[in-house]
Design a protein around this ligand. Structure first.
Ligand SMILES: [Zn+2]
Length: 289
């Protein structure tokens, strides 16, 4: 969706409410309170009222747009910017563009980032590579051990030709079989030809991946050039916009979300909107102030 298309489709708050109502009830209405499937217009714009229990539901209820304290249109703009800009936007940039407070943008952006979390429905297939890396000031020598200032991250890629067509990353407490295997089972198809190095943590994982290949670890970056180039780009992005990375996993999810959709850009805004609307209730609760 181009900037022009966006502006034309969403000129005001009302058009945004209407869009949310369509996303929520386009496939049919179900009362959130009693489960009844018939409704009439509610008192507020684009709301629905259950014809059995009279419960009125707004289009934002139960979505990540609920109780947003600023114009819905501006919230839509934030989703649009975060979906379509290759590198995303910092809350400071968003605040400047939309004439909002930085803290306000930061809070809402955190919600959008939660919606970007992998659904786990699109595992890596074909040729895969997995390795761990350390995020933090110094980046060597803590393999397998915990370190307060550093975060251990396991990264998996799907290779296509000389490029990378899919990427997942997860913060893990230890580089052991439970953490590495858990990540691989969640994000890699068991039939994939997955390559790792010979770190002991990968040993027990091999039984779940019959086509797994383990090669001796050479100099870092030597064995897995595409994987390490991808990791370098991810780290550069993090250094570029985010100075204090407290919730590293959310930032990894944001980066991977856009990365994995770089080949289907025209659908990315619609996809993210749907995720904002269909967000599970626990997601709404988990957003820290
Ligand atoms: Zn009802």
């Amino acid at each position: 969706m181009s900037l022009f298309d966006f502006q034309e489709k969403f000129p005001d708050n009302d058009s945004c409410l209407l869009h949310l109502a369509k996303l929520k009830w386009g496939d049919g209405y179900t009362c959130a309170k009693c489960g009844h499937d018939s409704s009439c217009d509610g008192s507020s714009p684009h709301s629905r009222q259950c014809t059995r229990c009279r419960y009125v539901e707004s289009p934002t209820a139960g979505t990540l747009f609920h109780k947003v304290k600023f114009d819905l249109l501006k919230a839509f703009w934030i989703v649009y910017f975060l979906a379509t800009n290759k590198k995303g936007f910092s809350s400071t940039e968003l605040a400047r563009k939309l004439e909002l407070r930085q803290k306000t943008c930061w809070k809402f952006k955190r919600k959008v980032m939660k919606a970007m979390k992998s659904s786990g429905k699109h595992p890596i297939t074909g040729t895969a590579e997995v390795d761990e890396t350390v995020f933090g000031q110094q980046e060597e020598g803590v393999r397998g051990r915990e370190n307060a200032k550093k975060k251990l991250v396991v990264v998996g890629i799907e290779k296509k030709g000389k490029g990378v067509s899919r990427l997942y990353a997860r913060v893990i407490p230890h580089a052991d079989a439970a953490c590495l295997g858990g990540f691989m089972k969640d994000h890699i198809d068991p039939e994939a030809k997955v390559t790792t190095d010979q770190w002991t943590g990968y040993g027990p994982v091999a039984k779940d991946f019959p086509n797994m290949v383990r090669i001796p670890s050479g100099k870092k970056g030597h064995n897995f050039p595409e994987l390490h180039r991808t990791i370098m780009m991810l780290k550069a992005w993090l250094r570029g916009i985010h100075h204090h990375v407290k919730d590293l996993q959310d930032y990894l999810d944001e980066y991977c979300y856009r990365f994995n959709r770089s080949f289907m850009k025209e659908r990315i805004f619609d996809n993210l909107m749907l995720r904002m609307v269909k967000a599970p209730p626990c997601l709404v609760k988990n957003i820290s102030g």
